[in-house]
Design a protein around this ligand. Structure first.
Ligand code: GLP
Length: 255
C-alpha cells in the first residue's frame, strides 16, 4: 500500500486526476467512480485535464460504474448521486450515458436491481476504482459491520451518515441506499482512495495503520494488492504519527 500526502487539497485532487489520466493512457477503460464533497475538486481537475488533452471533450470509450445510490430518490433529484455525476463529470465531458452505470434507487425490485448491477460489474471487471471514505470508515455505503465478501446490496444508513447527508436533503434524508459491496470493490484491479480534512483523520488512520476490523470497512483495503491513498496533510496527520506503520507501507510526501 502506498500513501501519498499532498501539499494541500488541491494538490491531492490534481494527483487523483493525474492517476486517472495515466490509467486511461495505459489502457484502462472501466472506472469505478465515487461521489461526495471530496470528489468535487477531483472531477474539476479531471475535466480540465481531459479538455486539455482532448479538446472535443468526448470520452466515448470509457465505461463508468458508481459505487452507490439512495433508495427512493429519483435520478433527477438534485441530491441523487446520478445528479452529482451529471453535474460534476458526465455533462462537462459529454459522457456516453449508455456507458455510465448508476444503481437505480427507484427500482421496483431493489434486490433484483442489486443483482443486475453486480452482474454488470462482474462482466466489466473494473480496472480502476476511485474511493472516498466516510468519517466512520465506510467505503461506498458499506457501513461498519458490513461483511467483506459482500456484493452489491441494500443497506440502512448509520446515524452518522444520515447526519452527514442532511445538507443534501433539506426535506427528509433517505434512510437506505444501494451500494457495491466491499467484495465488489475489492474486485477492482487498482484502487485509489482520496481523503481530505481533519474530520477524516481518524477514519484514515484506522483504515491504514489499524488492525483489519469489520467496524472500519476501509481497513478491508489492506488485503488488496494495489491500493494507493491520496491525503492532504490534515487527513494524513494521524498516519504520520502512528507507531503502527507496517513495513509494507510506503509514505510519499508529495509537493
Ligand atoms: C458518502 C458516499 C461515499 C463517500 C463519503 C464521503 O457516504 N457514499 O462514497 O466516500 O460519503 O463523502 P465526502 O467526500 O463528502 O466526505
Amino acid at each position: 500500500m502506498q500513501v501519498y500526502i499532498a501539499k494541500d487539497g488541491l494538490g491531492a485532487a490534481a494527483l487523483a486526476a493525474q492517476w486517472m489520466m495515466e490509467a486511461y493512457a495505459s489502457g484502462s477503460r472501466r472506472f469505478g467512480l465515487a461521489t461526495g464533497q471530496t470528489m468535487v475538486p477531483v472531477y474539476q481537475q479531471l475535466v480540465a485535464r481531459v479538455r486539455e488533452a482532448d479538446p472535443s471533450c468526448r470520452v466515448r470509450a470509457v465505461e463508468t460504474f458508481n459505487l452507490d445510490e439512495y433508495v427512493g430518490i429519483a435520478a433527477s433529484h438534485p441530491g441523487s448521486f446520478r445528479s452529482f455525476m451529471e453535474n460534476h463529470l458526465f455533462i462537462p465531458l459529454d459522457f456516453d450515458r449508455g456507458r455510465t452505470h448508476v444503481l437505480d434507487g427507484m427500482a421496483r425490485d431493489l434486490a433484483q436491481e442489486c443483482q443486475r448491477y453486480q452482474a454488470e460489474l462482474d462482466r466489466a471487471a473494473l480496472e480502476f476504482q476511485l474511493l472516498g471514505i466516510g468519517r466512520n470508515g465506510h467505503i461506498g455505503f458499506n457501513e461498519p459491520a458490513t461483511p467483506w465478501d459482500s456484493r452489491t446490496h441494500r443497506i440502512r444508513l448509520s446515524p452518522e451518515t444520515l447526519e452527514q447527508n442532511r445538507d443534501s436533503f433539506p426535506g427528509e434524508v433517505p434512510q437506505e441506499a444501494l451500494t457495491m459491496g466491499i467484495g465488489s470493490i475489492l474486485q477492482a484491479e487498482q484502487i485509489v482512495v482520496v481523503a481530505l480534512g481533519a474530520d477524516k483523520t481518524d477514519a484514515v488512520t484506522r483504515a491504514i495503520t489499524g488492525p483489519r476490523d469489520l467496524e472500519c470497512p476501509a481497513s478491508a483495503l489492506q488485503d488488496h494488492p494495489r491500493v494507493r491513498y491520496i491525503l492532504d496533510p490534515e487527513a494524513g496527520q494521524g498516519v504520520l504519527l502512528s507507531p503502527n506503520l507496517q513495513n509494507h507501507l510506503e509514505i510519499i510526501q508529495h509537493s
